[in-house]
Design a protein around this ligand. Structure first.
Ligand SMILES: Nc1ncnc2c1ncn2[C@@H]1O[C@H](COP(=O)(O)OP(=O)(O)O)[C@@H](O)[C@H]1O
Ligand SMILES: [Mg+2]
Length: 504
């Protein structure tokens, strides 16, 4: 008889109030495999893993480990049964050393801490799993990508056999992602079993052996990675065929819409954020500005929008000098802005959807006449935009604060794109969005480009930059370090440039 699977979760149900977050979910993981748990935001992935880790008690269902039923009452039970969780937000104590962080909270250590023995054990684990960690280094001195390895070490130190990673790549650069995947494979090769939560299809295909797809709290597919493809996984995740992006045509225009020359600006902390940036975006073209967050891209967007005062250089929009214009004047030239943080900058959360749609243009026709707001016109336009921009539900009276991330972004797009802008500054426009909402945003941007708008797409997502851009510029430490055509911009080359390796 075949031996039972290492982990078998059957019929798991979990309800939060009226929300059925998990409905009879099965998850079967074999020993020594890298198992992807995928699904859109809110599909129930984290909840399922929290049940496994004993953080939530399931309303129904069973968990078996190597065939034996396991009642997991809390994380302590989970750890005792060999389950380890690498959290999305690192839970480390910065002033302590890596070795100290690794033993922290491990009851087996008792009161006496034999520093030498702990460091030796941590070093041994680090070597065996290729983590390249110095146990004596302080956590605050190591970069984010390495801090994640400390979390991995903590779990290994406690003897975990099943390692659960919840969206581990969200905070990493492309190179760090590759390094993490080397480690994940090494974990498997050394006999561990990995459950990897992600909604990035490229990662699923690159590193996993089998895939469980969740949709709306239910099972939506079990796939073998080498027998499937991105389209099939995406279909299982969203429940329908993804519309393929429109065939790319050559840019419709050649006249420059945005011309930035020698732009310099300081960050909020007063340091040099932009050190002489030159960028031109033409009508009918998407210029992708690639870069790891914090290299000046936010300041660049703010300077163009009139939200930050440049310390040098010029900004022209359709030939007019707007270097020192305020946001209202800049917008009046036909500039749309999809800001990085839609909750903070993009929307007034206590307002209704209809009110947010008209924000900034409420004082003119058709929303106001002779300085008096026309409530009926605002409601009518709100209803129209809610339908056109596919809000769910399409109700313009909803308070904006209650919308999901994808719907928030649709409200921003509805307001910004409904008046045929000449220039669109889109800053990290799909950050935090799921596959379907991301696709929606991409389609709207391509549509605007087709209609002749110039689009400056600022993004740290390489897939997004490569899928949408006609030309690509890379920003690093406040300078444009490369300008490439879409064809020249391979993922590896972009990744190296973004990491500051100019020789790429
Ligand atoms: N503690 C909680 N209380 C209420 N609702 C929750 C809680 N945790 C998760 N949910 C809801 O359960 C659903 C599944 O969430 P989650 O498991 O976090 O999804 P995923 O990790 O796939 O994005 C979501 O609708 C979420 O809002
Ligand atoms: Mg989650």
């Amino acid at each position: 008889m075949a031996s039972p699977p290492l982990l078998e979760m059957r019929g798991i149900a979990k309800r939060f109030g009226t929300l059925q977050a998990l409905d009879a979910v099965d998850l079967v993981v074999q020993e020594r495999e890298i198992h992807a748990l995928v699904g859109e935001n809110g599909a129930g992935k984290t909840t399922l893993m929290n049940v496994l880790y004993g953080l939530y008690r399931a309303d129904a269902g069973t968990i078996r480990i190597r065939g034996a039923e396991a009642r997991i009452g809390g994380p302590r039970d989970a750890i005792a049964r060999g389950i380890g969780m690498i959290h999305q937000h690192f839970m480390l104590v910065p002033p302590l050393t890596i070795a100290e962080n690794v033993v922290l909270g491990d009851e087996r250590t008792g009161f006496v801490l034999d520093r030498r023995a702990v460091e030796a054990r941590v070093r041994e684990l680090s070597d065996r799993f290729g983590l390249a960690i110095d146990p004596a280094a302080r956590v605050e001195a190591v970069p984010l990508g390495l801090q994640q390895r400390v979390e991995i070490l903590k779990v290994l130190y406690r003897g975990s056999e099943i390692l659960v990673f919840d969206e581990p790549t969200a905070v990493l650069t492309p190179q760090e992602v590759d390094e993490l995947f080397v480690i994940v494979r090494k974990l498997r090769d050394e006999g561990k079993t990995v459950i990897l939560i992600t909604h990035k299809l490229r990662e699923v295909l690159a590193v996993t052996d089998r895939i469980t797809v969740l949709r709306d709290g239910r099972n939506a597919g079990e796939l073998v990675t080498r027998e499937t493809n991105a389209a099939q996984i995406a279909r299982a995740m969203v429940g329908h065929e993804l519309r393929t992006l429109q065939a790319r045509t050559t840019p419709t225009g050649t006249e420059p819409v945005l011309e930035i020359g020698g732009l310099a600006a300081r960050s909020d902390r007063g340091t040099a954020a932009l050190r002489g940036v030159d960028v031109v975006v033409h009508a009918g073209e998407i210029l992708g500005l690639a870069g790891v967050g914090g290299n000046g891209q936010s300041e660049l967007a703010e300077c163009v929008m009139g939200l930050r005062r440049p310390t040098g250089g010029t900004i022209l929009i359709a030939g007019a000098d707007v270097t020192h214009d305020d946001p209202k004047r800049t917008r009046a030239r036909g500039v749309a802005y999809v800001p990085e943080d839609r909750r903070l900058e993009g929307l007034v959360l206590p307002f209704t959807v209809a009110e947010n749609f008209v924000l900034g243009k409420h004082d003119r026709a058709p929303y106001a006449r002779g300085g008096v707001l026309d409530g009926a016109a605002i409601a009518r336009e709100g209803a129209r935009l809610a339908r056109e921009f596919d809000l769910r539900p399409p109700d313009p009276g909803v308070v904006t604060a209650n919308l999901s991330g994808g719907n928030l972004q649709k409200v921003v797009l509805g307001r910004e794109l409904s008046e045929r802008p000449k220039l669109i500054i889109a800053s990290q426009p799909t950050r935090g969005l799921d596959v379907a909402a991301t696709e929606y945003v991409h389609e709207r941007l391509l549509e605007q480009r087709q209609a002749g708008a110039a689009v400056l797409l600022i993004s740290s997502e390489l897939d997004e930059i490569r899928a949408l851009s006609d030309r690509i510029a890379v920003i690093f430490e406040g300078r444009i370090v490369a300008a490439l055509t879409a064809a020249e911009a391979t993922e590896e080359r972009l990744g190296l440039l973004m990491a500051g390796q100019a020789a790429a």
